[in-house]
Design a protein around this ligand. Structure first.
Ligand SMILES: *Cc1c(COP(=O)(O)O)cnc(C)c1O
Length: 375
């Protein structure tokens, strides 16, 4: 059996080696390291893939979220509602901009932000909602957009984990995750579904004015050379990363279906185990891109399983072990424990299994046989 890895970027590289190597060589020859043609071309390719009017590349996913919020003109003191169960970057940028993060509970089946909890958290100061499409499955966007419309709120999608996921609306139309709200943000961190060979990120929007504002913000607030109209940042995708991403983008749908196939196999092999809850796909099949395959261990043996995995050199992840509302940096006396029943439980139950495009059935059988023995 091949050695089991949490993510396998080397295997993917073999297929795109020629294109990646020659584009990188080209960039060196042309010295077009910053804002080269590769960046512009990748932006166009991604706009077309996502069916969105504007993609603005930037340096990483955390910047993408921050810049999206800056572009929307959110002001200190504005309340921004987001999920208690996500990577800290989501809440970090809210706090950094002196906005007020309002963390709310998630659903146990989807791991995504709970719609009733959003409604309950709305105050006159609420300005935006940041749904996170956790583990590769979009949040309940149709309901979230409805709430946003009713209360005149902005919706910023954290799409770092769900690039390529389809969202099927009730009217029969389909949109890509990250393009449903006012603005979407994603990350090209190497282990993401569309990963660069370093850091990268992007912002998406269909709003022409917002796109214009954001293009200035990523470039020191400049709309005309050396005229700084707003306070901006320096956040660029570099040409090497764009070249890698351009080679990978045409393969993204195939990558995502390889992940879905592995997910199906995992679920089959775990289906008889009553102490394991396998991930629910709430929409159609192609709505989940399995950035992570995360199961819940409901009989209290999660940590024991983690120990056995460690002893057997099976990599795993616990995303995330502490709810954000209990993190020192994000505590707030307004939070009440009874409002976080699900996240408080999930942090003790979840474990993410190896998931990448190069997993094979033998590996999945081995991993699940261990789970079925221990749990
Ligand atoms: C990875 C990730 C980010 C941050 O992306 P970086 O490129 O690492 O800055 C933000 N939100 C979520 C949910 C993520 O998974």
């Amino acid at each position: 059996m091949k050695k089991i890895q949490m993510v396998d970027l080397k295997g993917q590289y073999q297929e795109i080696k020629e294109q990646v190597d020659s584009s990188i060589q080209n960039i060196i020859e042309n010295t077009s390291f910053i804002n080269g043609p590769e960046v512009h071309q990748f932006q166009k390719d991604l706009e077309e893939y996502l069916g969105v009017k504007h993609v603005i590349p930037c340096a990483n996913g955390t910047d993408a979220l921050q810049i999206a919020m800056m572009g929307l003109g959110l002001k200190p003191g504005d309340e921004v509602i987001t999920a208690d169960f996500t990577f800290a970057a989501t809440v970090e940028v809210i706090a950094l901009l002196n906005l007020t993060p309002v963390l709310v509970d998630v659903d146990k089946d989807s791991f995504n932000i709970n719609v009733e909890a959003i409604e309950a958290a709305i105050t006159p100061k609420t300005k935006a909602i940041v749904p996170v499409h956790l583990y590769g499955q979009p949040a309940n966007m149709e309901a979230i957009l409805k709430i946003a419309k009713k209360h005149d709120l902005l919706v910023i999608e954290d799409n770092a984990q769900a690039i390529g996921a389809n969202y099927h609306l009730k009217d029969g139309s389909t949109k890509k995750a990250g393009t449903l709200g006012h603005v979407g943000a994603t990350s090209f961190f190497p282990s993401k579904n569309l990963g660069a060979y370093g850091d990268g990120g992007a912002i998406f929007t269909n709003d022409d004015d917002l796109a214009h504002i954001i293009r200035g913000i990523v470039n020191h607030g400049m709309y005309e050379r050396y005229h700084h109209d707003v306070v901006g940042v320096n956040s660029r995708l570099d040409s090497f990363q764009a070249a890698v991403l351009r080679a990978k983008l045409p393969l993204l749908d195939r990558y995502n279906s390889a992940r879905r196939n592995s997910a199906k196999l995992y679920t089959q092999h775990l289906s008889e185990n009553e102490n394991v809850v396998t991930p629910a796909i709430l929409g159609e099949d192609d709505s989940h891109v399995f950035h992570q395959y995360t199961i819940r261990i409901t009989n209290g043996k999660r940590d024991e399983l983690a120990k056995v995995f460690q002893e057997n050199n099976i990599p795993f992840g616990i995303y995330y072990p502490i709810p954000l509302h209990l993190q020192k940096a994000y505590q707030d006396e307004r939070y009440e424990e009874q409002n976080f029943v699900n996240t408080n439980e999930l942090v003790k139950e979840v474990i993410s299994l190896p998931m990448h495009t190069e997993l094979d059935e033998e590996q999945i059988e081995y991993i699940t046989s261990i789970i079925n023995k221990v749990v």
